[in-house]
Design a protein around this ligand. Sequence first.
Ligand SMILES: [Zn+2]
Length: 273
Amino acid sequence: MVADMVRQVGGDRISVVGLMGPGVDPHLYKPAATDGLKLNRAEAIFYSGLMLEGRMADLFARMGRRGKKVYAVTEGIPRASLLEPEQFEGHWDPHVWGDPQLWVSCVDVVVAGLSAVDRAGAAEFQRRGAAYKKELAVLHEWAAKRIGEIPKAQRVLVTSHDAFNYFGKAYGLQVVGVQGVSTVSQAGLADIAKTADFIKQRGVKAIFVESSVSPAVIQRISKDAGVRIGGELYSDACGKPGEMETGGGESYDVGSYIGMIKHNINTIVEALK
Ligand SMILES: [Zn+2]
């Protein structure tokens, strides 16, 4: 999602290398042997922050201390807008891209970061950043309207891990993540039984697997609760760049942030409405 934002703002003036590809879990991602070289060569490094990249954070901080231009894009989000759910044990919830209105706030960090390494491009980054922010605002309006197609009582989102708190807050969905906030801890049998009971009680019509998390737990709950799996959502990674999908009467690239949100919204609405 961050690589896509940097591409959107930078356009042809820059070349972007993303370290984590489609289906990669950022909580568990460890730098690959070749990542050090890529990071050393970079003029600027952008990452999400809020401890999302748990095993990369030290490396980013170290590079920043050595004078590399390193930016956590979520620094642009007003702290008052951040969620601190109980189960996060004193940490912010890092999954802010679930709400395009918050993701908008990250664009300025990218504009400033790119402008710092390419002053001649500053006006263009500013212009492209403003255009991208507008696109994100349109995306949000569209998403809110589509969620309105789901009957109120069915606005419940059951997924593997707690990646959808901001998404749920933005669109009025009750969110239940079986596995907790990060994928580091595994869901226990008690979590599975509790979720299955909740699904039966509430008459939830469908539950969802995530592209960057093993589907085993959701498959088990689907069986136990007799509920269908409504599809796969992109939680902590976009899809393959260039992979086009048609949904809700339009085509979009699921390898982009906007396409990822469209895929998620369309999948959820079709399964729950
Ligand atoms: Zn996550």
